[in-house]
Design a protein around this ligand. Structure first.
Ligand code: URP
Ligand code: ZN
Ligand code: ZN
Ligand code: ZN
Length: 458
């Protein structure tokens, strides 16, 4: 049966307007005021904003960091995602050292297929570059994996500058987007060694092991090398003013530079590492939480339209049994934060309700621009006829408190514990089916793989 979502206000990057949304066979069939309800099931969205389903383009589900596997797998992570309003995630399939990209893609399909409660796509993280892998790039793009990830930090994952240049050139020929983790890995190793030698081993020393210039240097280097290769730049989890300024310099030189930041860099700051005892470990992620000045710079960049996407970098580890592997040494604390469930509420609360960004910018940064950047638009990322009916009915008047007690993330904490949230996903439709309501799942396991086209931002 057709579904008519009535009386809401549809949000696009350009405007907000009163309209009903007609859904048929999982697709959006019409958008407009006063659509006839005959023969339709109806959903009353009065008083609500109607957003295109949110896309999280940066998740690490069912990922083994070499010591321990993330607390969330595809079953738990995508269920949490859809409860919060996220209808598509783009996760990082990661090449094993000595392995092929085809093997990594197969492994990630096995992790996700038949287990996911929201739609999913993959980026391919290249960790072991060689001529045979170069031959696989075109195959990945044909398989709908049109974006790639490179690390400039983490000894088990990172590529050299020479490899970076070669990969950029090869992936560029296939019009793949390359998202890069920008931290100078050698410098991080030196800083960690200095702190350890000085007996500075608690979680609070995570941040000084990765100062802002560690990010800025890598952003600048990546931009110059991408410029030499003649391909667009995509920087994931930008966290600092200094890094932003390097990206601005590259843009001023005429380069295409796409920037992602994450809610943790907008909402939390480095003072969290001063929490008593081992509590600071909850906030250990890379790049680390930053200063209030960095936070202000990122909000200003959002206001100016300089940021293209807000995704989570969801990479959850339990405090007990996982984070505490680093109880005696901060450098052994598994890096990453949970956030897949709470991103829309955190961004709406700290951004839209606080007057730092508009609901239209939220639709752009959490949905449409991300879909365009990653070759999913207009199937995803828009409330437009012919697209997938991934729809979030958002109640801007809802008031609730973020807490691990009520979350669906499979983690023993949330970094947003106690946050007084404004607004909530009242109903979440995935290809026309009600998947979650008021933060609780309604129908699980609806997720399917999204084979993507090449980016339109090339
Ligand atoms: O601390 C983080 N962000 N862990 C996940 C891997 C990454 O760097 O993106
Ligand atoms: Zn990263
Ligand atoms: Zn990440
Ligand atoms: Zn529940």
């Amino acid at each position: 049966m057709a579904l008519l979502i009535q009386n809401g206000r549809v949000v696009t990057p350009e405007r907000t307007f009163a309209a009903d949304v007609l859904v048929r066979d999982g697709k959006i069939a019409a958008v407009g005021p006063g659509l006839p309800a005959d023969g339709c099931e109806t959903y009353d969205a009065a008083g609500c904003l109607v957003f295109p389903g949110f896309i999280d383009a940066h998740t690490h589900l069912d990922m083994d960091n070499g010591v321990t596997a993330t607390a969330d797998n595809f079953a738990t992570g995508t269920l949490a995602a859809v409860c919060g309003g996220t209808t598509t995630v783009v996760d990082f399939a990661t090449q094993d050292k000595g392995g092929t990209l085809a093997r990594a893609l197969e492994a990630w399909h096995k992790k996700a297929d038949g287990k996911s409660s929201c739609d999913y796509a993959f980026h391919m993280a290249i960790t072991d570059w060689n001529p045979a892998v170069a031959e696989e790039v075109g195959e990945m793009v044909k398989a709908g994996v049109t974006s790639f990830k490179l690390y400039l930090a983490y000894d088990n994952l990172r590529v050299t500058d020479a490899e970076l240049y070669e990969i950029l050139k090869r992936v560029g020929q296939a019009h793949g987007i390359i998202g890069t983790h920008c931290e100078n890995g050698d410098l991080v190793n030196e800083k960690v060694a200095e702190l350890r030698a000085a007996g500075k081993l608690g979680p609070r020393y995570h941040a000084p092991s990765r100062p802002d210039y560690v990010e800025a240097e890598a952003v600048a280097r990546y931009c110059y090398i991408a410029g030499a290769a003649g391909v667009p730049v995509h920087i994931v989890h930008l966290s600092t003013r200094a890094g932003l300024e390097e990206a601005r310099r590259a843009r001023a030189r005429g380069q295409k530079v796409y920037l992602e930041t994450c809610p943790q860099y907008l909402v939390l700051d480095g003072s969290r590492y001063d929490a008593p005892g081992f509590e600071g470990a909850k906030y250990v992620c890379s790049p680390p939480l930053r200063s209030l000045d960095d936070q202000a710079a990122l909000w200003e960049a959002i206001r100016n339209g300089e940021i293209d996407s807000i995704s989570t970098d969801h990479c959850s580890y339990n405090l007990t049994g996982q984070k505490d592997l680093g109880r005696d040494d901060f450098s052994k604390i598994p890096n990453g934060l949970p956030g897949i469930e709470h991103r829309p509420a955190a961004v709406y609360t700290a951004g839209v309700a606080a007057g730092r960004m508009t609901e239209n910018q939220m639709a752009a940064l959490l949905s449409e621009h991300t879909a365009r950047l990653f070759g999913m638009y207009p199937r995803k990322g828009a409330i437009s006829v012919g697209g997938d009916a991934d729809i979030v009915v958002w109640d801007p008047a809802a008031r609730w408190t973020i807490s691990a007690e009520t979350q669906h993330q499979n983690c023993d904490y949330t970094p947003y514990e106690g946050m007084a949230a404004r607004g909530r996903a009242k109903a979440v439709f995935l290809r026309g089916e009600l998947a979650a309501e008021n933060g609780e799942p309604v129908k699980e396991g609806l997720g399917t793989f999204v084979a993507r086209g090449v980016s339109e931002y090339y």
